[in-house]
Design a protein around this ligand. Structure first.
Ligand code: HPA
Length: 270
């Protein structure tokens, strides 16, 4: 049985910094919401026991504690991906720590490629369901009964209550929030045209290289999850175009403020 020692140590340190029940994980190019947070304290991942450290040198991973409106939140600035070589357990370690800190609500954003023809670059998509296409799962191995059951239910991984609030906020703010199924691939190579066609046939509306590992762990821990994709490119297998990182980041910057508005509005209504 996994002893949870590291998670407990980390949670003990972090719980002393601030009490909160809401965590936010930000995707590539989607850090804009940090500007709305009045930061009370931040702590580098390297100073938290057991936390993996970010492999991207330009980005010192850190946890930020602060107020979004009048609600205290904790934000992961910098996240971990399978393509960097992290294991699913390393990627989801922070979620276990969050659980022990009393986090009940988890907000996630990511950058994704649109597979549905409706999903144009710059638009935002509420993730209503997902497909784990990585062949990996963070819950493999001895089950941590204190987190959740051996075979966690996945009939509703994304909170209907939070999704409903997100749709309402989007409507009020005049944001055309689409809905769809997200598929996580491992990466780092982008999909071929044939793979793109396959992923669409499998029932996915958008494809990306993050999120599903964290969501599986969060659902196991009984958290309410809300996740939104910034659609940075559209992958049409019959007219397939490269989606270089610069384009992905540039387009994420277009959608970032929309996702920030929705997260803020939902948090205000919680
Ligand atoms: N494929 C995979 N991941 C992505 C994409 C994509 O087209 N766009 C942004 N992240």
């Amino acid at each position: 049985m996994h002893s949870l020692d590291q998670e407990k140590k980390a949670a003990q340190i972090l719980s002393k910094i601030a009490k909160t029940d809401t965590a936010i994980i930000l995707g590539t190019g989607l850090g804009v919401i940090e500007q709305d947070i009045s930061i009370e304290k931040s702590i580098l991942y390297k100073d938290i026991p057991g936390f993996p450290t970010s492999s991207v040198e330009s980005h010192q991973g850190k946890l930020i504690f602060g107020k979004l409106g009048d609600k205290t939140v904790v934000v992961m600035s910098g996240r971990f991906h399978l393509y960097e070589g992290y294991t699913p357990k390393e990627i989801t370690f922070p979620i276990g720590v969050f659980k022990l800190m009393g986090i009940k609500n988890l907000f996630i954003s990511n950058a994704a490629g649109g597979l549905s023809p409706d999903l144009k670059p710059g638009c935002v998509m509420l993730i209503t369901d997902h497909i784990n296409f990585t062949g990996q799962n963070p819950l493999v191995g001895p089950n941590n009964e204190s987190f959740g059951p051996r075979f966690p239910d996945m009939t509703m991984p994304y909170s209907p209550v939070l999704m409903d609030k997100a749709m309402k906020v989007a409507k009020e703010e005049g944001i055309d929030l689409k809905k769809g199924v997200y598929i996580q691939v491992t990466g780092p190579s982008m999909e071929t045209a044939a793979e793109t066609r396959m992923l669409r046939t499998l029932g996915a509306d958008a494809v990306g290289m993050s999120t599903v590992m964290e969501v599986i762990q969060a659902v196991h821990c009984g958290m309410n999850v809300l996740a939104i994709s910034a659609i940075t490119n559209n992958n049409d297998p019959d007219n397939y175009q490269p989606a270089p990182l610069e384009k992905v980041i540039a387009m994420a910057k277009v959608s970032g403020p929309l996702i920030a508005k929705i997260f803020k509005g939902v948090i205000r209504r919680m």
